[in-house]
Design a protein around this ligand. Structure first.
Ligand code: DHE
Length: 524
C-alpha cells in the first residue's frame, strides 16, 4: 500500500490547530475514537496500551508536546514503522486524534501477573550479529541510541562498534548487567524488559512488566529483576533467567492509597531492593535473600496495631519492609555501605537522609534547585566520603559530606546539568550543562580542589551529555546528544579528543566492567 504523504502547508495548518490545543478538550467533528480504531489500533493496541508501536496514553506521552504529537501523526516518524497520515486523514482528523490520545482512558488500564506472563517472548534464535573476537568482553560498552531506538555494542579496547540492533521504543535508565557481565537487561518507558546475551549477541527474552515503567534493578545475586512502575502502581519482580513473573506488589500505603514508584535499585550488601514511592511518604525494602529474617517497620502507628502483626510475618524471599519518611521521595542515591539513602524531597529544596538500618530520617540537608540525587557519585576527599550531585533547576553542583551530612561546597556551573561521571583512576568529574544555554560544554571538575578546571566542547552548538569511562579509566566517552550525533572519545588524562564515532542521539553508554564492579563514579 502506498504510504500517505503530507505537505508543508498541511503540517503548518496542523501545528496551528495543535498549538491551541490542551490535553483533554471536548471532541467536535471527526469521531477520533473510530479513526483511532481504524487507523492506529493495529499497531498501538485497541486500548492504546501499545503493541508494535508505543503506548498512546497521557502518562506515556506526557513528555511529548501536543504540537509534536500532531506533527508525528501528520508526518510520520523517519526510520520507524510510523507512516505519515496527514494527507489521508486531513487536518481536522489529525488534531482530533492528537487530542484523543492525550485523554485519560475511561477505565484505568491494569497490567496483571497474567499479562506479564502472556507478554513474554523468547528472542529469535539468530544473533543480531556474529560476535567478533573481543580481547576483553568486560570492556564492552552498550550504547543506547534514542535517535532511532537502537542499541550499539562497542568494543572498548578498539573503540569500534561490533553490533547494532533495534531496541524497544524509548529505553530509559541505565541497563543492568548480571554479576559476571554476560547478560544485560534494558528497560523501556513502555514497560518492556529485554534480556541480551553479550557472548552470543542474541536477544534471550522479552517481557512487559508494566504499562509505564520508571526503571529496573537486578538483585545482587543476579536472580531477580525488579521493575518500578507508574502505571499500574506496581513493583513487578521477574526471574532474571527466564523473565517469568515471580511476584507482583500492588504499591499502596497501609491505608490503601496507591502510589507510583519513583525508582528502584539493588542494595548489594543488604541483599534487597530499595524503592522510593512518589505519592505516599514511604520507602520500601524488598528482601532478595530467601533467608531474610522477619521484617516490619517503625512506621505503623498505634491505631494500626493489627498491621504491625501482619507485617511482622513478612519474611524470607521478597519480604517487604516499609520505612516512613516525611515526604514522598522523587530521586535518591546511597552512601557507600548502603546504610543510608539520600533522597530529594518533593518540594525540591532539600535532601533527606534515611538511615535504612533503623528505618527513619536522620538528617535534612538544604539543597535548593531540585538536586538530582539519582545522578550522584561518591569519592574520597580529604579523608572523608563525599557525594556530588547536580541541581536540575540551578546552574550548581553540590558536594555533601556523607559522614555528617553537611554541604561542604556548592559551585556555580555553566548551566543546570543531568549527569555526573568519574572513575577511581581519574582525578576528574565530568559534568554536563545540558539544561542550560551553554549546553555544548562538558565541565571538568578536579576532585582534589572541587573546582572546575576546564570546559570541553565536543561539537560547538550541539548538546554534550553523559560520560562513561572505559574499564581502565584511560578514556572518557562523551555523547554529542543529537540526531545525528556521535560519541567523542577523550584521553581522560590529557583531556584531548582521540576519536569520533557517529551515532544516532546516544543518550547513554555503559561499560560492562564499571557497572558490575560498581566503579566509583558510575551510576547505580
Ligand atoms: Fe532519566 C536514569 C528519572 C528524564 C535519560 N532517570 C534515570 C533514573 C531515574 C530517572 C530514576 C535512574 C534509573 C536507573 O538507571 O536505573 N529521568 C527521570 C525523571 O524523573 C525525569 C527527570 C523525567 C521523566 O521523564 O522521567 C527523567 N532521563 C530523562 C530525560 O529526559 C533523559 C535526559 C532522556 C531520556 O532518554 O528520557 C533521561 N535517565 C536518562 C539516562 C539515564 C537515566 C540516560 C541513565 C543514566 C546512567 O548513566 O545510568
Amino acid at each position: 500500500m502506498k504510504r500517505p504523504r503530507s505537505s508543508d502547508a498541511l503540517v503548518s495548518a496542523l501545528l496551528a490547530v495543535a498549538a491551541t490545543m490542551s490535553a483533554g478538550p471536548a471532541l467536535a467533528g471527526p469521531d477520533a475514537a473510530a479513526i483511532y480504531r481504524d487507523t492506529c489500533a493495529t499497531c498501538h493496541g485497541e486500548a492504546r496500551l501499545g503493541g508494535q508501536g508505543p503506548a498512546l496514553l497521557p502518562v506515556s506521552l506526557g513528555r511529548v508536546k501536543p504540537a509534536d504529537i500532531a506533527k508525528v501523526i501528520a508526518e510520520g516518524r523517519p526510520a520507524t514503522q510510523m507512516p505519515a497520515f496527514g494527507e489521508a486523514l486531513g487536518a481536522d482528523a489529525v488534531s482530533a486524534l492528537a487530542a484523543f490520545v492525550l485523554r485519560e482512558p475511561e477505565v484505568r488500564p491494569d497490567w496483571t501477573e497474567a499479562d506479564i506472563r502472556a507478554s513474554r517472548v523468547e528472542g529469535p534464535a539468530e544473533p543480531v550479529a556474529t560476535p567478533p573476537p573481543v580481547a576483553d568482553p568486560l570492556n564492552l560498552f552498550v550504547v543506547v541510541e534514542a535517535g532511532d531506538h537502537h542499541v550499539t555494542i562497542l568494543d572498548g579496547d578498539r573503540m569500534e562498534p561490533v553490533a547494532r540492533f533495534p531496541s524497544r521504543y524509548a529505553l530509559h535508565g541505565g541497563p543492568k548487567f548480571t554479576p559476571d557481565g554476560r547478560f544485560v537487561f534494558f528497560g523501556s518507558r513502555d514497560g518492556w524488559i529485554t534480556k541480551f546475551d553479550l557472548k552470543t549477541f542474541r536477544i534471550v527474552a522479552e517481557a512487559r512488566a508494566g504499562l509505564n515503567m520508571r526503571n529496573i534493578a537486578l538483585s545482587a545475586d543476579g536472580r531477580w529483576i525488579a521493575a518500578a512502575n507508574y502505571l499500574p502502581s506496581t513493583i513487578a519482580i521477574l526471574s532474571a533467567e527466564t523473565l517469568e513473573p515471580a511476584r507482583l506488589f500492588p504499591v499502596a500505603d497501609l491505608r490503601g492509597t496507591p502510589s507510583r514508584v519513583s525508582a528502584i535499585y539493588q542494595a548489594p550488601n543488604r541483599s534487597s531492593f530499595i524503592a522510593a514511592l512518589k505519592d505516599v511518604p514511604e520507602v520500601w525494602e524488598i528482601a532478595t535473600d530467601p533467608n531474610a529474617p522477619p521484617v516490619f517497620s517503625g512506621l505503623v502507628h498505634s491505631h494500626e496495631k493489627g498491621m504491625v502483626e501482619a507485617l511482622a510475618t513478612s519474611k524470607g524471599l521478597f519480604a517487604l519492609r516499609r520505612i516512613a519518611v516525611e515526604q514522598p521521595i522523587d530521586d535518591f542515591f546511597f552512601d557507600t555501605g548502603y546504610r543510608h539513602l539520600l533522597g530529594a524531597s518533593r518540594d525540591g529544596d532539600k535532601g533527606v537522609v534515611v538511615n535504612l538500618n533503623v528505618g527513619r530520617t536522620i538528617a535534612t540537608i538544604p539543597l535548593p534547585g531540585m538536586p538530582h540525587l539519582g545522578s550522584g557519585i561518591s569519592f574520597d576527599w580529604q579523608g572523608r566520603r563525599v557525594i556530588a550531585a547536580p541541581h536540575l533547576n540551578q546552574a550548581k553542583l553540590s558536594f555533601i559530606d556523607a559522614t555528617d551530612w553537611t554541604v561542604i561546597k556548592t559551585i556555580e556551573t555553566a548551566g543546570p546539568g543531568f549527569f555526573l561521571r568519574s572513575h577511581e583512576r581519574t582525578p576528574y568529574i565530568w559534568a554536563d550543562a545540558m539544561l542550560g544555554k551553554a549546553r555544548d560544554g562538558m565541565q571538568i571538575i578536579d576532585k582534589r580542589t572541587l573546582e572546575i578546571v576546564k570546559t570541553i566542547v565536543p561539537e560547538p552548538g550541539k548538546t554534550a551529555a553523559h560520560t562513561e569511562f572505559d574499564r581502565t579509566g584511560r578514556f572518557a566517552l562523551v555523547s554529542v546528544w543529537e540526531d545525528p550525533g556521535a560519541l567523542v572519545v577523550y584521553d581522560a588524562e590529557t583531556l584531548e579528543p582521540v576519536k569520533r564515532i557517529p551515532m544516532r542521539k546516544p543518550v547513554g553508554k555503559y561499560n560492562v566492567y564499571n557497572k558490575i564492579t560498581f566503579s566509583e563514579g558510575t551510576s547505580h
